[in-house]
Design a protein around this ligand. Structure first.
Ligand code: COA
Length: 184
């Protein structure tokens, strides 16, 4: 039985002294999420399933904010800027007990522990929507992402060869990491 969703914002101080609030995506976050997407480094689009530069995509994410099978979290700076976005979404059909995770930190907020912090919160959010297994796809070169999820207990379950292409047409392998909650 899924737990009640956690809606209480959490305040956290990062390694460089800056503070963020972690809270669920809200109806009024569209413009800030688009600004977050527009500011992401070009290379990041290699790693993303959702194009956060596209108003239609962002509109769909906002509309899904209360969906039972989906949790979307933001880390928001004191001035309202979005520093990070994450999501946990239950897969359809015979994998409806499995949540797929995404994690994305703005360039100016990287390497101060925010990715690790939000990844933990996203794992908790996935458990809240009833997931008993988690998975995350990471491009093989994305060492920080692999570090974060491996430390959380994820293990490598697969390697998809030449599964993604960057903007120059170069192919990259995709690592599939999985995690099962201990009691499952
Ligand atoms: C991957 C990503 C989420 C990491 O976010 P982040 O906020 O920088 O992560 P953290 O600060 O928690 O750092 C994670 C680890 O990266 C490594 N790292 C961080 N700073 C580092 C530095 N200055 N030098 C070398 N390694 C460093 C460390 O191993 C670190 O863990 P530690 O600080 O506990 O030792 C971010 O780079 C990103 O959004 N990338 C694009 C999207 C993506 O690939 N997402 C992952 C798959 S969904």
């Amino acid at each position: 039985m899924p737990n009640t969703p956690r809606t209480r914002p959490i305040s956290a101080t990062l390694r460089d002294g800056r503070t963020v609030t972690i809270r669920p995506l809200a109806a009024e976050d569209g413009p800030a999420l688009l600004a977050f997407g527009a500011a992401l480094p070009q290379d990041d689009w290699l790693y993303l399933q959702n194009d956060l530069r596209n108003p239609d995509v962002v509109g769909r994410l906002i509309s899904a904010r209360d969906a039972e099978h989906w949790r979307q979290l933001l880390a928001v700076a004191a001035d309202g800027t979005i520093a990070a976005y994450s999501s946990a979404r239950l897969l359809p059909g015979w994998s409806s007990h499995v949540a797929d995770l995404q994690l994305l930190v703005a360039e100016g907020w990287r390497r101060v522990g925010l990715g690790t912090l939000l990844a933990r919160e996203t794992v908790d959010a996935a458990r809240e929507i009833g997931a008993i297994k988690l998975m995350v796809d990471i491009v093989e070169e994305q060492a920080d992402g692999l570090t974060i999820f491996t430390r959380l207990g994820f293990t490598r379950e697969g390697l998809l060869i030449n599964h993604t292409r960057d903007r120059d047409g170069n192919r990259h392998n995709l690592v599939v990491l999985g995690y099962r909650f201990p009691e499952s």
